[in-house]
Structure formats: C-alpha cells, structure tokens
Write a protein that binds this ligand. Sequence first.
Ligand SMILES: Cc1cc2nc3c(=O)[nH]c(=O)nc-3n(C[C@H](O)[C@H](O)[C@H](O)COP(=O)(O)O)c2cc1C
Length: 224
Amino acid sequence: MDITEAIKTRKSIRKFKTDPVPREIIREILETSVRAPSAENTQPWEFVVLGGTVLENIKKANVEKIRNYELPPKEMEHLMVTRPKDSIYRKRQVEIGMKLFELMGIAREDKEKRAAWLERGFRYFDAPVAIIITMDSALPELGAFLDIGMVTQNICLAALKYGLHTCIENQGVTYSDAIRKYADIPESTKPVVSIALGYPDWDFPANRIESEREPIDNTVLWRM
Ligand SMILES: Cc1cc2nc3c(=O)[nH]c(=O)nc-3n(C[C@H](O)[C@H](O)[C@H](O)COP(=O)(O)O)c2cc1C
C-alpha cells in the first residue's frame, strides 16, 4: 500500500474481530513506528502492549469506574479535552458523535444505549490488543505530546500492512490507575494515549463512518 493510500485508508474502527494478533506482528509494527521523528531525537515514548487477562481486567475496571461516574486521577487531567462552547471545534465534535449514533441507531434521548456506547470505548472497542503509549513523567508534556502524536499515527499506518486497524483513544487512558494496577507499569511513567488494535469487523455499522475534513482552502493561508 502506498503512503497516500495508507493515510487515506486509516480510519477509527470501533469493533474488532476476536482473532488474536500475533506478538511478532505487533513487534514489527512498533519497530517500524519508532522511526517517527522526535524533537532532538528524544523519543519520549514507551509502550505497554495489553492483551489476554491483563486487558480483560483493565476493561472490567474501566467499565466499573465509568458506571460509577468515577473521576479520573488528577494526573490525567490534561487529557480531558474541552472545546469552547459554540466553537467550530465543538461543532465538529458533536457532528462526529451524531454520525456515529445515527449509524448505530442510537436515539439522542436513549440514555441506556448511549451509556452502552460509551462503555464500548472504555472496553477498547473489544479489540484483542490495546497499546498504551506512556512517557516519563519527568519530561515536559508539551514537546513529548507532539512526538507521541507522530509515533501514534505511525502505528495506525504501519498496522494497515497486516490488515490491522486501530482506534486512537483518550478513553482508554482515562483511568490510568486501572492500567497501573493491572499492567504494573513503572511509577515514573504515565499513560498518554491508547490505541485499540485488531482485525476490523466490517459488518459493524459504526465502522462505516467517514469523518469529514475541513476543505484545505479554509485552513491554509498561502503566502508564497
Ligand atoms: C488523541 C485522540 C484521542 C481520541 N480518543 C477517542 C476516544 O476516546 N474514543 C473514540 O471513539 N475515538 C477517539 N478518537 C478518534 C477520533 O474520534 C477520530 O480520529 C476522529 O473522529 C476522526 O475520525 P477518523 O479517525 O475515522 O478519521 C481519538 C483520536 C485522537 C487523535
């Protein structure tokens, strides 16, 4: 697959088949992905690859916490993304949510179905693998986040070579305490973002989503 096709093919997948993903393939994906650039080659990323019982335990803990409306630990507050009311950013956020609900046949007022949908994200959309990208807590977040964004996109693109798809998720690192408890990660690192990884279930309605992009003419100032 050529690079343009890969970039255009990648999309967020929100239901996966149960087929396991061989560790060797995950390793190859990560080996390719860490060719990502980073400021002064700092490579601020580390990975925790979750599967099997560990992943099941984290999913269960996440779902329990969200059902009890438990607030995330303080250290994750930077990921609680907010958009100014009435802004274009908020509009886009609402649009993608409405599109997903429409595909899934979830009515706005159907609290039960909405809650069930929310839980799916906290279960890593039932992917057989979730990759948690962590960083050393001693590093400033600002630069590290840019670099981690690059390796994150690389993982999503590199996965396509193997027929694997992804969903980048803030939801998956909301409860970093659950990750700490079950994945036994070093105290000095903190989870930044998660990626659900697996073979897509193309029969699942939400996987038909085609997210919009602002036309380039609205986002570029040509000064050349
Ligand atoms: C940093 C980041 C966090 C995200 N977190 C979530 C999430 O928690 N749950 C979810 O369903 N999608 C999440 N997404 C996926 C976005 O909703 C998705 O990328 C966006 O709507 C564009 O759609 P596309 O990925 O299909 O092109 C996240 C994406 C990024 C880049």
